[in-house]
Design a protein around this ligand. Structure first.
Ligand code: MLT
Length: 247
């Protein structure tokens, strides 16, 4: 059974979906989405595990002061671990969620029992990508969060899923629950995230890197950089999947 929990911690109101009972796996969502992107996964949480999927601050049902950096979101994940009474957890994320998982490891490596880095990258935004974030912030301000999702869709959905249209419909439904402020701040956090490559050699916990073979946003070459930089990391390439590989 999947349950929703909402708690105030560290001055922020953080909400999450939870299923199962046992060792903790926290999975962090991509942009511009929220925890509902993991809903189907909650139905298959294996015996012996608790799956926790938070809404990052000012996405979904989480609320708080503006979160303008991946470190702000990492601080919330660490508050959540403290709230749950967990010394450590397997921490993973897809895309933006992966950037935040890498930030959690950078600030508190002892809290990471294992990492799952899905459809994400260690490199920071290049200048062109930063300029695109600024354009998308203007889109969010002028036309709302749905228009941001619409602009990103061609890169979020791979060719196999484009044919059916169902992944795009799911993404639209999830993204439409977000508010413009959260999306604008989220773009700021994406734009200003640091280069995670120098920290890869410090990752010693078991790490699974995953990527959709047809991911156009964080392609398999970015996953190879993660695999090559993290000693012992495993890379799994998912055939016929695009950027939102879990969907
Ligand atoms: C995401 O899926 O979280 C974003 O597309 C990541 C990004 O744009 O860098």
């Amino acid at each position: 059974m999947t349950t929703r929990h909402t708690v105030e911690m560290g001055g922020q109101t953080i909400s999450w979906l939870q299923s199962g009972r046992g060792r903790t796996l926290i999975l962090l969502h991509g942009f511009p989405l929220h925890a509902a992107m993991w809903e189907a996964l909650h139905a298959t949480t294996p015996h012996g595990w608790t799956l926790i999927t938070p809404d990052l601050r000012n996405f979904g049902e989480s609320r708080g002061t503006p979160a303008l950096s991946v470190d702000d979101h990492a601080a919330d994940v660490l508050s959540l671990l403290r709230h749950l009474g967990c010394e450590d957890a397997a921490i993973g994320g897809l895309s933006m969620g992966g950037y935040v998982a890498l930030a959690v490891h950078r600030v508190a490596p002892q809290r990471c029992r294992a990492l799952v880095l899905a459809d994400t990258r260690a490199e920071p935004d290049a200048d062109e990508a930063k300029a695109n974030r600024v354009r998308l912030q203007a889109t969010a301000r002028e036309r709302g969060p749905d228009a941001v999702l619409e602009a990103m869709l061609p890169k979020l959905v791979g060719p196999a899923a484009q044919a059916s249209g169902s992944v795009a419909e799911q993404l639209k439904a999830i993204a439409s629950a977000n508010r413009a402020e959260g999306v604008i701040d989220g773009l700021e956090a994406l734009k200003t995230r640091p280069d995670a490559r120098p920290g890869l050699a410090a990752i010693t916990c078991p790490t699974l890197v995953m990527v959709g073979a047809d991911d156009a946003l964080t392609p398999p070459s970015a996953a190879e950089t993660l695999r090559d930089g993290i000693a012992g990391a495993q890379l799994v390439v998912i055939p016929d999947a695009g950027h939102m590989s879990n969907l």
